[in-house]
Design a protein around this ligand. Structure first.
Ligand SMILES: [Zn+2]
Length: 57
């Protein structure tokens, strides 16, 4: 079995992990009530989507 010749240094380890971070979802304000919602999703506060009532609040 192949075995690494050298221990991975802290620098290389940290450089590898620069892309590994928590993802924060983008949020937009509802055009009807101003509540923060996910884009392209029905507003959970007032039930409107694209200016139309699609879910009874
Ligand atoms: Zn809303």
């Amino acid at each position: 079995m192949a075995v690494p010749k050298r221990k991975t240094s802290k620098k290389v380890k940290n450089q590898r992990r620069t892309h590994k971070k928590l993802h924060v979802p983008g949020m937009v304000a509802c055009s009807n009530c101003g509540e923060l919602t996910k884009p392209h999703h029905v507003c959970r506060a007032c039930g409107q989507y694209d200016g139309k009532q699609v879910v009874e609040a």
